[in-house]
Design a protein around this ligand. Structure first.
Ligand SMILES: NC(=O)C1=CN([C@@H]2O[C@H](COP(=O)(O)OP(=O)(O)OC[C@H]3O[C@@H](n4cnc5c(N)ncnc54)[C@H](O)[C@@H]3O)[C@@H](O)[C@H]2O)C=CC1
Ligand SMILES: O=C(O)[C@@H]1CCC=N1
Length: 318
């Protein structure tokens, strides 16, 4: 497995988290990892170089030298990047995976040659410390070996589940975005400790370890979180008073709404594909009147037949 050649298109936060996680878990050797991004983001490639990875500004070079490509660019440019990779992708190799929120398998497959092997992944940044939470969905032409490989790669950096594609937006709103919600909680708990006179460093470590310990209790004991909460709330004690404050503030409802809103955003953001500019329409030969130039009209990036079949807004707006 360490001989696996992994290529990252994009070298930002998610690419770096996965690259560091893959290397530190032993899944990949640094010299077998390549990353590309535009020259304007050279500083990101420097980070990849520090890991020992090869770097380039040529996305096609990444595709040509990798067994698995991980597309780690913003959803709006995935289509353009896949068009660029198209000449380097065959049914044999590479396996093309994308972590982009909301970008469907059907749109990826439509941008690549027929029978290209495609996977859609939703990881999260704690993959960097091998505590990621990832899911993946296989495309039409993937093999059982591709699914096994994807499972192995993502399991090397945390937990991984294969899910139907219809789950992907919800997963994005929950575990894709979730670390940010948890950092808010850790920061605020630490603020509470500081408010009560604790040194910042101690307060932050107590808050983070408490979050990690509580998460491990849920995963290891298999108990319902409500039961675990009850075990902390001594009758008439202080915890239930703190819990009441959080209930009054609507903590649960706020978290449910956060997942809902982020999942809905994943649907809309991922389906918005930018479009290449077609050439301006030639002037009509029948007229010489000084009419204004034809507006610069944009054509859909994907052919209509390749558009996702699903309604773009399965989530009720607030
Ligand atoms: N940041 C996160 O926690 C997560 C991000 N994702 C997904 O990962 C993708 C990337 O997100 P981030 O890493 O946060 O963004 P980022 O802004 O940190 O990185 C984007 C990268 O794309 C590169 N890029 C831009 N145009 C390019 C091109 N034409 N060719 C090659 N590279 C190009 C940029 O130079 C940069 O390295 C997004 O689609 C996002 O939905 C998914 C799960 C979690
Ligand atoms: O905020 C974002 O768009 C990305 C996707 C999930 C986490 N970060």
């Amino acid at each position: 497995m360490a001989s696996l050649r992994i290529g990252f298109i994009g070298a930002g936060n998610m690419a770096q988290a996965l690259a560091k996680g893959f290397i530190s878990s032993g899944l990949a050797k640094p010299q077998n990892v390549t990353a590309s991004c535009p020259p304007t983001d050279q500083h990101l490639l420097q980070q990849m170089k520090l890991l020992g990875c090869a770097t380039t500004h040529d996305n096609r070079e990444v595709a040509s030298t990798s067994d698995v490509v991980v597309v780690c660019v913003k959803p709006t440019i995935v289509g353009r990047v896949l068009q660029e990779l198209r000449p380097c992708v065959t049914p044999d190799r590479p396996l093309v995976t994308s972590v982009a929120l909301g970008v469907t398998l059907s749109s990826m497959e439509a941008a690549l040659p027929p029978e290209a092997r495609v996977m859609r992944i939703m990881p999260n940044t704690p993959a960097l410390v091998q505590h990621g939470a990832s899911v993946f969905t296989r495309g039409t032409h993937t093999t059982p070996e591709d699914a096994e490989l994807t499972q192995k790669m993502l399991s090397a950096v945390g937990q991984c589940d294969e899910v139907p594609e219809t789950f992907l937006d919800a997963v994005t709103g929950l575990s894709g975005a979730g670390p940010a919600y948890m950092y808010l909680v850790v920061e605020a708990l630490a603020d509470g400790g500081v408010r009560m006179g604790l040194p910042r460093d101690l307060a932050q470590r107590l808050a983070a370890q408490t979050m990690m310990g509580a998460a491990k209790m849920v995963l290891s004991t298999g108990k319902h979180p409500g039961q675990l909460k009850d075990e902390v709330c001594s009758p008439g004690g202080c915890t239930i008073q703190g819990v009441q404050v959080l209930e009054d503030a609507g903590l649960r409802s706020a978290l449910i709404s956060a997942v809902h809103t982020a999942a809905a955003a994943s649907v809309t953001m991922g389906r918005k594909q930018p479009v290449p500019s077609p050439p301006l329409a030639p002037p009509s030969p029948t007229t010489s009147s000084p009419t204004p130039p034809t507006p610069h009209r944009r054509a859909p990036f994907f052919p209509p037949a390749a558009r996702p079949q699903r309604a773009p807004q399965p989530f009720a707006p607030f």
